[in-house]
Each structure stands twice: as C-alpha cells, then as structure tokens.
Ligand binder design. Structure first.
Ligand SMILES: Nc1ncnc2c1ncn2[C@@H]1O[C@H](COP(=O)(O)OP(=O)(O)OP(=O)(O)O)[C@@H](O)[C@H]1O
Ligand SMILES: [Mg+2]
Length: 250
C-alpha cells in the first residue's frame, strides 16, 4: 500500500468532519472518494496532505508514519496535491511555471542566477513535462491565456515537476466543459498507465468516477460507508440511500 490511514479523525467544534477513517491505496491504481456535500472528503485530503493535523489516527506513506508532517515535507517524499489553481503564476508562460516547480524541487529557487546551461536543461525538462500533459505547442503561452481545461493540465504539470508518486486531486473536473473533462480523464489514465503514478481522486461526476477508478471509497457524515470496485459500489444499498435516487444512472 502506498498510502494508508488508520482511525483518522478531525473535529470542527462539535462536528466530526472526518470520523475514524481507515483507508488504503495500492500503488499504481486510481482510487476515488465520493460522498454527498459535506461528507468530509476535502477535510480528509487536508489531513493526508498535511494542511490540517488530525485529532486522532495515523497516516502512513510508503510504509512510513508521516502523521504531523507538513505539505512541503510530504511533497519532497512524493505526495502531492494538484488542482490548487493558486499554484499557477498567471503572468508567466506555461514552461516558466513548470521550470519554477523544477527549480523548487532542486532547491535552486534561492539562487537568483542560474548558469545558461542549467536554465536550458530545466527548460528542456519543463517542455517535456508540458508535452506529457498534452500541452505541447503552448509552452510559450502566458498561463492566464490558457483555457480552463488547459490550466488544470498545467496544474498537473506543476505537480509532476516535483516527481511525485501519489497525486491527490480534489474535484479536477468541476466546472469544466465535456471536452475538457474527457481530456483530463485521459490524462488521469495516462498518469497511472504511462507514468506509473497512483491517483486519489475526489469527484462528483459519478459517471467519470465509475469509468476511471479501480476502487471507490464512499464517505458519509465523515465516515466510510462502503469501499470496493465500481461495480460493487454501484449496487451498494447504503451508498444508494446516501445519494438521491438516480445518481448512479450515469
Ligand atoms: N475549517 C473548517 N471549520 C469548520 N468546519 C469545517 C471546516 N472545514 C470543513 N468544515 C465542515 O466539515 C464538514 C466536511 O466538509 P468537507 O469540506 O470536508 O466536505 P466535502 O465532502 O469536501 O464536501 P463537498 O463535496 O461539498 O466539497 C462540513 O460540514 C464543513 O462545513
Ligand atoms: Mg470538498
């Protein structure tokens, strides 16, 4: 298992936002977390990525207890979160955005001056990553001028520049057109199949979740109410009653 949580819990006042969640993700899989609004999915991501600390429980990443580790330390170990669009520098080009992430990985971001050779090497790597996410041809485009879908792909590229093993994505398809959804879905499949990554996805588009996931975990009121392969989850009575009838028609 690349990621495991054991009895993970977090309260906000009297509210148990995440309540005794034990969760495991096998390497090289796509695993999704679904559940109604307020079920605790984002809070769970915040705990796993070190943005919030748990009240109880443990987090293991690649077999190591990382409970209490901050986001930077976890990113260095290979656990990154994407689709935080704030990570994009809007006035910089696509390749410059990825180069900055590479420099940050290499801890060169303190030095003001890079040698010409280093700059070229980093730009070459940045352009390769940009191509991997399907943005070849947009290397010199200012990020702000990209379409909504292309900006999400750039977010993934920035994440990939950190050489992750596990990527967590919170609602990567939210607010996107059908065409953009399809291209991000293709990218998610490629992350696993061609780049050997593991993906944990929170997503409300149930049809897409059913198609993309090896395994689905269902949250409700902060607790796991079901976990299994898509076909099993589709038939699960507790899952069906947690959602409005017809949610799984897609
Ligand atoms: N910082 C916070 N302070 C207080 N309450 C919070 C905080 N963050 C989340 N909550 C509450 O915790 C519960 C779980 O919220 P969370 O955002 O994790 O749900 P979610 O499953 O991601 O929902 P959605 O599908 O709408 O994104 C909600 O009741 C929410 O209002
Ligand atoms: Mg959320």
């Amino acid at each position: 298992m690349i990621l495991q949580t054991q009895g993970l819990s977090r309260r906000f006042g009297g509210l148990k936002a995440v309540d005794d969640v034990s969760f495991a993700v096998a390497e090289h899989t796509v695993q999704s977390i679904i559940g109604p609004n307020g079920a605790g999915k984002t809070t769970f991501f915040n705990l796993v990525t070190g943005a919030l600390s748990p009240d109880a429980g443990r987090i293991l990443f690649r077999g190591r207890d990382v409970t209490g580790f901050g986001p930077d330390r976890l990113a260095e170990m290979g656990l990154v979160r994407t689709f935080q669009r704030t990570s994009i520098f809007r006035d910089f080009t696509v390749a410059e955005n990825v180069s900055l992430a590479i420099r940050s990985r290499e801890r060169r971001n303190q030095s003001l001056f890079l040698s010409r050779a280093d700059e070229e090497r980093i730009d070459t790597e940045a352009c390769a990553i940009v191509a991997e996410v399907g943005l070849a041809g947009s290397e010199r485009t200012i990020a702000n001028n990209l379409s909504h879908g292309a900006q999400r792909a750039l977010d993934v590229a920035i994440g990939l520049a950190g050489h992750p093993r596990l990527i967590l994505m919170d609602e990567p398809l939210a607010g996107m057109s059908q065409g953009d959804r399809a291209s991000i879905a293709t990218l998610i499949v490629r992350l696993r199949e061609e780049m050997g990554l593991t993906v944990v996805l929170v997503e409300h588009d149930i049809g897409m979740v059913m198609r993309l996931s090896d395994r689905i975990t269902v949250f409700h009121h902060g607790r796991v109410i079901a976990a299994g392969p898509p076909a099993e989850i589709r038939e699960d009575a507790a899952v069906r009653s947690a959602y409005l009838r017809g949610s799984f028609a897609a």
